[in-house]
Design a protein around this ligand. Structure first.
Ligand SMILES: O=C(O)C(=O)C[C@]1(C(=O)O)C=C[C@@H](O)C=C1
Length: 96
């Protein structure tokens, strides 16, 4: 692989990352709505049944070779989303 190939591949990775972050921002907007709903209704942030379902659905979308990686990826996404949910709820509690 030449250096040019590597820089071209990295440009494609950068394009993909840009799209992923745009989508992640949209996901975070939804997650903030979920946090407000959970706060208003006294529900816990962590929902194990939902997390398992999210992972299973996304793994069903891909070939067997990458199911484990997709599971890890979705778990990392949800772990980050839970931290954001906790921040949203902390802010809500500060002002009540
Ligand atoms: O769907 C929810 O209940 C959420 O809080 C969102 C979400 C997610 O990021 O998808 C995050 C935390 C929960 O444990 C389950 C799922």
């Amino acid at each position: 692989m030449s250096e040019l190939d590597l820089s071209e591949i990295r440009e494609e990775i950068d394009r993909i990352d840009r799209q992923m972050i745009a989508l992640f921002q949209k996901r975070l907007d939804c997650v903030c709505d979920v946090a407000r709903y959970k706060h208003a209704n006294g529900l816990p942030i962590f929902d194990e049944t939902r997390e398992k379902a999210v992972i299973a659905k996304r793994q069903a979308q891909v070939e067997p070779e990458i199911k484990a990686a997709v599971g890890q990826f979705m778990q990392a996404v949800m772990d980050t989303c839970k931290l954001v949910e906790a921040d949203v709820i902390d802010q809500l509690e500060k002002f009540h």
